[in-house]
Design a protein around this ligand. Structure first.
Ligand code: ADP
Ligand code: MG
Length: 691
């Protein structure tokens, strides 16, 4: 039996060292990899359509005789080839063409071509069709199956990918590619044979239902999606087990510090804060590591909950690390924790990437010698940061951290033995389907109550052409003693351009609103400068703050009740919701203006309408997931997490409960099937394996 899982791609005809290297770059190393590199969609080239029967918008194979080929001038110079087959005339149009190409399409030449038919200046046209001259009486056969279109892969043409899959399919059979789904499971969940599913998806027969395939509703797709989700579930469960097997310091419930803390706080915790606090406190008292996600909408008061947890660890004599994704948010936490903890005699240490030289060395020294409370950014993950007695790691705004980074924390435990408890806080509500997979390794607590006195934000969607009106609105609001944010969004992924735009906007608004005190804060300013501006804004010395999305998370100025967001169409809904959460924190009615650039796409309009219609983070997250997919919602595009090959969490949501049961059964009765499944679906165990 030749196992395709172990046969290298070099076993295929035409694959030498150079091509193998290219293939390895995109994860295609074995014939199994080639077979699991599935088409995204299909073209139907199985029949020739008479020209007279063509419809605009159709992709079609057409055959005919060239009746003439001329270079025409029009708006752009192009080569226009008229093709006839007795049923009608079709024009092929080429905007880029060589002399040789033109010569090859002389009057009388027989051509077969393929492309999208569209209405054009001369009737129906195909722009840049794929084409081939037919020689003499010999008719090339049409395709016998639908033509697969594979995910675009750098340096590899579709033709090449088809040749490779063709050869791999020739070797595919039930013996060369073991089916790791036990027959009992396949039977219970009506899953067809693996090899047939793979063969079908690479080369669907001419009568295959393209709509069904496009919607992912074919049995072959279900079969593979099930296996993929199952594998994902198995790898998370394995990871979770590994974590649970580690020991953490058991931290007894604290008394003295929380009492003092609450007495100084100036408000009483909400019922939800108390409940979630108690859940965390219970977990911390166990020897098993806590892995808990606290989900609470913007402004729900997660920081207080985090502080209570920190005090339990500190009172027991251990260290706590609090990490935030941006420097500005980390600073905000640093200030809050300093304000809360220092009166209790607990110093707070600070570490961020920008801390250099002596200051950095001093911070590292404090941490290694046991500073009880450390606040910082990703810098806390770096290898040279050593903790003396780290018992609790708190991560704010989890959606920006990869699972990998979260796991790296475990190495920071005590003597490499005791692993810190983990508390993860996020304002992005996790839709149920995602929670079941992306966060399956976490327990969840929900802060479902906002502190009293919050007012819902009234959101307006306004076109950029009414900018002057919006500026007047800002003037009026500030005159009445309110404060406002003016947010500039990311331009083409470039922080530099974005900051420049913020500077320009700052100058324009300062000029237009001469009587107001206007401030500017963006990502390229020094930490101290940013902090100074934020402090002025907090103190009410600045009335209008022009900012980039650095203010997205954590910033808290209750008197700010107006926010203008420029080009909101560039942001995800969850991010817009986070931003908007900066207003509506005081008792005055708050407004958020989404100042969009016309024209908006249909999708863009729908998205902004959702923002206008609801203030409920959960509804927004569900919609965002529907419209954009899970990768973007969780900010995990780059980390590769949740990039499924076949499965789609929204579409296949109803499979998830079955998948969970099947995973349980497999772990219990067929544990030796787990490793081959993981290596089949997760490249080098990349997602979760590296622990
Ligand atoms: P988030 O959950 O978005 O991180 P924060 O922890 O920043 O929210 O809290 C938002 C604001 O609400 C802060 O000013 C905080 O001090 C305040 N706050 C938190 N809990 C309460 C409470 N129980 N009563 C009144 N205000 C509270
Ligand atoms: Mg927060």
């Amino acid at each position: 039996m030749t196992g395709l899982a172990t046969t290298p791609v070099t076993a295929l005809k035409g694959v030498g060292a150079a091509l193998a290297e290219k293939l390895a770059k995109v994860g295609l190393e074995t014939l199994q990899d080639v077979l699991f590199h599935l088409p995204l969609r299909y073209q139907d080239r199985t029949r020739i359509t008479p020209i007279g029967a063509l419809r605009p918008g159709q992709d079609a194979v057409v055959e005919g005789i060239v009746a003439g080929a001329d270079v025409v001038m029009g708006r752009r110079r192009s080569l226009l080839v008229r093709l006839q087959d007795g049923s009608g005339t079709l024009s092929l149009r080429f905007f880029h063409f060589s002399q040789a190409q033109k010569d090859g399409m002389k009057r009388g030449t027989s051509l077969r071509c393929y492309g999208e038919v569209r209405p054009g200046a001369t009737g129906l046209e195909i722009y840049h069709p794929e084409y081939r001259a037919q020689s003499g009486s010999e008719q090339a056969p049409v395709e016998q199956t639908l033509t697969p279109i594979y995910p675009a892969t750098e340096g590899l043409t579709q033709q090449r990918l088809r040749q490779l899959s063709e050869q791999a399919l020739a070797r595919l059979g039930p013996n060369s590619l073991p089916d790791w789904l036990p027959t009992e499971i396949a039977r219970d969940y009506h899953l067809g044979p693996l090899d047939q599913a793979i063969r079908y998806l690479h080369r669907p027969p001419p009568d295959a239902n393209l709509d069904e395939l496009a919607e992912g509703q074919h049995w072959a797709q279900h079969r593979l999606a099930f296996e993929e989700l199952l594998t994902h579930q198995l790898s998370i469960q394995r990871l979770r087990e590994q974590v649970r097997q580690q020991a953490s310091p058991a931290l007894p419930p604290a008394k003295r510090l929380p009492e003092q803390f609450l007495a100084n706080l100036g408000f009483t915790p909400t019922g939800a804060q108390r409940r979630v606090g108690a859940e965390i406190s219970y977990d911390l008292a166990q020897h098993e590591p806590m892995l808990r996600l606290v989900q609470g909408d913007v402004g729900a008061g997660k920081t207080v909950v985090a502080a209570m947890a920190a005090l339990q660890a500190i009172e027991a004599g251990y260290q706590v690390a609090l990490m935030a994704p941006t420097e500005i948010l980390a600073e905000q936490h640093f200030l809050n924790f300093s304000r809360w903890l220092e009166p209790l005699g607990i110093p707070v240490a600070w570490l961020a990437g920008k801390l250099k030289g002596k200051a950095r060395a001093a911070a590292l020294e404090q941490i290694v010698s046991g500073a009880p409370m450390v606040v910082g950014t990703h810098a806390l993950f770096q290898a040279e940061v050593r903790f003396a007695r780290l018992a609790l790691a708190i991560i704010d705004e989890q959606h920006r951290f990869g699972v990998q980074q979260r796991l790296a924390l475990r190495q920071k435990g005590i003597d490499g033995r005791l692993c810190p408890h983990q508390l993860i806080m996020t304002a992005t509500p996790i839709p149920r389907t995602l929670a079941m997979s992306a966060y399956a390794d976490l327990d969840t607590s929900i802060l479902d109550e906002l502190p009293p006195g919050r007012t819902p934000v009234n959101t307006l969607v306004i076109a950029e052409s009414r900018r002057t009106e919006v500026i007047e609105r800002v003037r009026a609001g500030c005159r009445e003693g309110r404060q406002a944010y003016w947010v500039c969004t990311l331009i083409e992924e470039s922080e530099e351009l974005t900051c420049q735009a913020a500077e320009t906007t700052f100058e324009d608004l300062s000029a237009a609103l001469g009587e107001l005190r206007v401030g500017l804060v963006h990502g390229r300013m020094k930490a101290a400068e940013k902090a100074a501006v934020m402090d002025q804004f907090k103190a009410g010395e600045l009335q209008l703050l022009v900012a980039t999305t650095v203010i997205e998370v954590g910033v808290d100025v209750p008197n700010a009740s107006l926010m203008v967001i420029e080009n909101p169409e560039r942001l995800g809904l969850a991010q817009l919701h986070q931003l908007r959460g900066r207003v509506g924190r005081g008792s005055t009615a708050s407004h958020c203006v989404l100042l969009y650039h016309a024209p908006l796409s249909q999708l863009g309009r729908e998205r902004l309408a959702i923002m206008r219609e609801t203030n409920d983070g959960f509804v927004i997250a569900e919609k965002d997931l529907e419209l954009r997919g899970p990768g973007e919602l969780l900010g995990t595009r780059q980390t590769g997490l949740l990039q499924f090959k076949v499965a789609d969490l929204m579409r296949d949501a109803e499979l998830l409960p079955q998948v969970r049961d099947a995973a349980q059964a497999l772990l219990e009765h067929w544990p030796d099937h787990v490793a081959p499944l993981v290596s089949r679906w997760l490249r080098h165990g990349q997602h979760y394996g590296q622990v």
